[in-house]
Design a protein around this ligand. Structure first.
Ligand code: IPD
Length: 264
């Protein structure tokens, strides 16, 4: 078995176990542990517990690998492979009881900096719907056993998704971006989990997705899903404090880039 397939097998097994724990904790009642960058940016006890579970499972299975997660300290490994992990992407949905949240686990090689690494394997698991999205580089993207493909035709305009930063100071800029994009959209979704938005682009449930200021763990796994489903992903304005991630089928991706490239 190739390294990529071994890694995706491990990632999906751990993501399913982690997602089942998140769903159990949600059913028991969610406790807010702290706020982070802003009042809107929250972490629950479950985010931390689920990340610890994932980290421990990875440490036992692959002790030489590095780790970059949303809720705990990063660790550089010796193997050249780093796991990029969001234990619960869509934490605000999770805290409110909205089912759009996911465990996101990616294995990357080389730099642990988004846009510089080589993605090898990805698993995005949505516990509420029990849907497992996986991809291994060179082997395609899947929803369970079904092979995924991005959309190629958008005759009525593109069904797009986006997200907004937690810092209220960024809202005006994000809304201005939405205004510029709407002429090519048939409609816009803001579902609250970047990992699931990207998985849905891979599955053809959305035509494209764009968002400024994502963290690496929000998009590491989802971006590989899109690429392996035949789509394109770009991280533009990488020198800015809020780089823009754009994903979609080749044509939608190109049209969104054309509109947003010159934005500051
Ligand atoms: C957030 C979600 C959301 C996106 C935010 C992310 P978190 O991740 O992916 O959809 O709009 O930018 O921070 O905080 O729930 O892990």
């Amino acid at each position: 078995m190739s390294l990529e397939l071994e890694l995706v097998d491990l990632a999906s097994r751990i993501a399913r176990e982690a997602g089942d724990l998140a769903r159990l904790r949600r059913a028991e009642g969610v406790h807010l542990a702290a706020t982070k960058s802003t009042l809107a940016d929250i972490v629950t006890d479950a985010d931390r517990e689920v990340e610890m579970l994932i980290r421990e499972r990875l440490r036992v299975a692959r002790p030489g690998d590095g780790f970059l997660g949303e809720e705990s300290e990063a660790e550089r490994g010796e193997s050249g492979i780093t796991w990029v992990v969001d234990p619960i992407d869509g934490t605000v949905n999770y805290a409110y009881g909205i089912p759009s949240y996911a465990v996101s686990i990616a294995a990357v090689r080389g730099s642990a900096v988004a846009g510089e690494w080589e993605a090898l394997a990805a698993a995005v698991y949505a516990p509420a719907s029990a849907e497992m999205f996986t991809a291994a580089t060179g082997h395609g993207a899947f929803l369970e056993e079904a092979r995924l493909s991005v959309t190629t035709e958008t005759p009525a305009g593109a069904l797009l998704a986006t997200g907004f930063g937690y810092d209220p100071a960024t809202h005006d800029g994000d809304l201005a971006t939405v205004r510029r994009i709407m002429p090519i959209a048939r409609d816009l979704r803001r579902a609250g989990s970047a990992a699931l938005d990207l998985a849905f682009v891979a599955a053809g449930r959305l035509d494209g997705y764009f968002e400024r200021g994502l963290k690496p763990w929000d998009h590491a796994a989802g971006a590989l899903l899109v690429v392996e489903a035949g789509g394109s992903v770009s991280l533009i304005d990488r020198d800015s404090t809020r780089p823009m991630l754009i994903a979609g089928g080749t044509e939608v991706h190109r049209r969104v880039i054309d509109i947003l490239r010159d934005e500051t």
